[in-house]
Design a binder for this molecule. Structure first.
Ligand code: NAD
Length: 279
């Protein structure tokens, strides 16, 4: 599928986001320009980084080297947990702009709510300022539970366009997705393939893949796409980048989707946002 034909999901502020992109968590800073350059060559147009990943500069280098029109690229970055609070957030954002080498960021997310600091509402107001300045096209959050989202909405009246959360067949987040749908918030899945765990070796998933004629990773990604999730699988290998992108061409039927949904264990691989704190 050509990059221009890839599906995009509308955001509630009038923008839109490619439905499949590349995540660069734990991509070595020195390797990032090459990895992102390879992804852009394969046809990826959404790159998901974060201040905390330490590799924004490599993402920026690859964007500059790609020669692609800025309007065709979608850049997401996230506020480091060390910079909650209005002034810290605005200063940290300036750093991201410099490292990415862009004159606007497509999507800026609060990485974690950090309830122990209790600064996420003030931080969100700074995000609203950044959007009003035009330096960020869209603003959203990550790892927010329904309670944290509801408080942001109640106290500021500004609904995040998107919430990036841990979501995969073992932890499908049905209740939070329903809340998102009711509020017009797009769900973006992190760890969509189960973060290199043995999820992809599950015989029930392998069965579906054999029946459909694709790989287990493609089954899982198509399951996400069919639910309306944005997915950002990470790989540093161009063969896997292409395989993951080709999930856009896979078709599952209801029975296939039900087989993947039956893998639900209700258990997170990552931290619980209610308790995650800066150390
Ligand atoms: P993931 O589920 O994308 O898993 C990545 C791992 O899966 C790779 O390292 C590789 O081992 C394996 N893999 C990738 N493609 C494969 C394929 N086709 N076949 C077999 N194995 C394959 O996990 P992730 O990197 O943690 O999550 C994706 C992205 O989400 C991150 O890179 C990051 O951008 C974002 N993220 C955000 C948060 C957050 O708190 N907001 C947390 C974690 C990750």
């Amino acid at each position: 599928m050509t990059a221009a034909m890839q599906p995009r999901l509308p955001l509630r502020d009038g923008s839109s986001i490619p439905q499949l992109g590349l995540g660069v968590y734990r991509v070595e800073p020195a390797a990032t320009a090459d990895v992102v350059g390879a992804a852009l060559s394969c046809g990826y147009r959404l790159i998901d980084t974060a201040q905390g990943y330490g590799n924004e500069a490599g993402v920026g280098e690859a964007i500059a080297a790609s020669g692609l029109p800025r309007s065709q690229l979608f850049t997401t970055t996230k506020l480091t947990s060390r910079a909650h609070g209005r002034d810290n957030a605005l200063r940290a954002f300036d750093g991201s702009m410099q490292r990415l080498g862009v004159d606007y960021v497509d999507l800026f997310l609060i990485h974690w709510p950090l309830p122990d600091l209790d600064l996420y509402v003030e931080t969100w107001r700074a995000f609203v300022e950044l959007q009003q300045d035009g330096r960020v096209r869209s603003i959203g959050v990550s790892n927010f539970t329904e309670g944290f989202l509801q408080r942001l909405i109640d106290e500021t009246g500004v609904v995040p366009v998107l919430n990036q959360i841990e979501l995969h067949p073992w932890f499908p987040q049905r209740q939070l997705r329903e809340f998102h749908d009711a509020q017009g918030i797009v769900t973006e899945a992190w760890g969509p393939l189960g973060q290199g765990s043995d999820l992809l070796q599950d015989p029930r998933l392998v069965d579906v893949a054999q029946r459909v004629g694709c790989t287990p990773a493609q089954v899982v990604l198509r399951w996400h796409l069919d639910q309306g999730n944005v997915v950002i699988p990470k790989s540093v290998r161009p063969d896997r980048m292409r395989e993951n992108l080709a999930a856009l061409d896979v078709q599952l039927d209801d029975a296939d989707r039900a087989a993947v949904s039956a893998l639900d264990r209700g258990v997170r691989l990552g931290p619980d946002p209610e308790h995650f704190a800066v150390t």
